[in-house]
Design a protein around this ligand. Structure first.
Ligand code: AMP
Ligand code: GLY
Length: 424
């Protein structure tokens, strides 16, 4: 069977390597893919958001199954276009992808269906937003409604910072239309947990939980990034908390989307905060997380294509899904200076891999048979071991055997999880 995967980052590399394990797969096309993905799939220079070109390509190449991985094509309706052309797809249709595409939609859904989340207000008018904010407790959280490349959330510690954030979104339009509406939200505290799930609109099957490290520097300092590393499972996510999340968040969300006439089929990502009052939703994503996927999929024992096809066909309830018992850690090697200014164009030297090691390439291209850095986050070094401590050590050992100029990584990926494990 010919498969098509839309996207071109580390997440897509992890998805493609896992899909390749299925013997019925003859060819995988990645649109656009990257220099690392080119080792596992045929990369085609079609942008992930060029939906007419993607659909045209899929029809011409007799694609038997498609996976749309990134948020923007999903929110723009890539699944709708492919399905309407007769191609089965893993990934929600546009009317369900809105759960990530509009934070206002997500908040209103949670309010209507009593799904626990931070208290909030929605504003389109700058003066009203500024007035409301004058009495809001600090810190306060300000969010642009639409997609903003992961930069649309500002945690304001002072009123001046909050005023500046509101002005930049509602008046200066730094996020364009995505900031036409803003949310001012209560600041929550507690450990964060990412739970990706497979759902066909009726059944929801959570994957192994994970923990992201979003800040650029050690000790959660520095700017927010796309993610500097991950571990799975997340030790804060105990079986008791998992049951509470299933009863108060996961099933109510799936049922709410169905009741709204927006059944969600694909990967629904629950970004959770374990607050003193119980687990609350920080955000929904309509897709696999990056770099969460790089630690979650290596722990999946069941064939990924089988699970994705069952999800698309509404047959998840009849599909057993099992996980390996160990832990995984991903250390992201970035270009020094990421997420602001960084140089690219440096050759990468990759080591031999052991069976429990993976390198998922995010920002690199192939030039004259060599892999050259081409992005901020260059790759993820992943190790899967019996224990979390061993997986962390394994990922850093692997990262140390990878070479390119100006490489940068955090040195404390997994340390918070390790401390929590000792506490639990
Ligand atoms: P998001 O872009 O929605 O993932 O938000 C980025 C990060 O901001 C989250 O991972 C949280 O660490 C933080 N955040 C978002 N909303 C809140 C909130 N209401 N209270 C505290 N932190 C938050
Ligand atoms: N790692 C967070 C995300 O994918 O949104």
């Amino acid at each position: 069977m010919n498969l098509l995967v839309v996207g071109g980052g580390g997440r897509e590399h992890a998805i493609i390597q896992k899909l390749k394990e299925n013997p019925s797969v003859t060819q995988i096309y990645a649109l656009p893919g990257n220099g690392g993905i080119a080792q596992n799939a045929q990369c085609v220079p079609i942008a992930a958001t060029d939906i007419p070109a993607i659909t045209d390509f899929a029809v011409k190449h007799h694609i038997g199954f498609a996976v749309v991985a990134p948020d923007d094509p999903l929110v723009l309706g890539a699944t709708d276009a492919l399905e309407d052309a007769g191609i089965p797809v893993f990934g929600p249709r546009k009317n369900a992808a809105i759960i990530e595409g509009s934070k206002v939609f997500a908040k209103q859904l949670m309010q209507k269906y009593h799904i626990p989340t931070a208290a909030y207000g929605v504003f389109t008018n700058l003066k009203e937003a500024l007035d409301y904010m004058e009495d809001a407790p600090l810190p306060t959280v300000i969010k642009a409604d639409g997609l903003a490349l992961g930069k649309g959330v500002i945690i304001a510690q002072t009123r001046q910072e909050a005023r500046n954030a509101l002005r930049s979104m509602l008046e200066d339009k730094i996020f364009g239309e995505s900031g036409n509406r803003v949310i001012i939200e209560e600041y929550l505290t507690g450990p964060e947990v990412s739970v990706l799930s497979f759902t066909d609109g009726e059944t929801v099957v959570p994957m192994v939980s994970s923990m992201d490290h979003k800040r650029a520097k050690d000790g959660d300092q520095g700017l927010n990034t796309g993610g500097m590393g991950t571990v799975a499972p997340n030790p804060y996510y105990t079986p008791e908390i998992a049951q509470i999340c299933m009863d108060t968040i996961f099933l109510p969300t799936i049922r709410a989307m169905k009741a709204e006439g927006r059944p969600f089929r694909g990967c629904l990502y629950f970004g959770l905060m374990l607050t003193p009052e119980g687990p609350k939703v920080i955000e929904y994503n309509c897709r696999f997380g990056d770099p969460e996927t790089q630690v979650v999929l290596p722990l999946l024992e069941t064939d990924l294509l089988t699970v994705m096809q069952a999800t698309a066909a509404g047959k998840l309830a009849q599909t057993p899904i099992s996980w390996k018992s160990g832990s995984a850690c991903c250390v992201v090697l970035a270009s020094e200076g990421y997420p602001t200014h960084y140089e690219k164009g440096f050759p990468i030297t990759l080591p031999q891999l052991a069976g429990d090691e993976h390198i998922f390439i995010a920002g690199a291209k192939e030039e004259n048979g060599r892999l050259i850095t081409s992005g901020g986050r260059v790759l993820g070094a992943v190790s899967v071991k019996d224990s979390l401590a061993a997986a962390i050590q394994g990922a850093y050992d692997l990262a140390g055997r990878i070479q390119f100029d100006n490489a940068y990584c955090r040195h404390d990926i997994g340390q918070k999880a390790l401390a929590a494990k000792e506490e639990c």
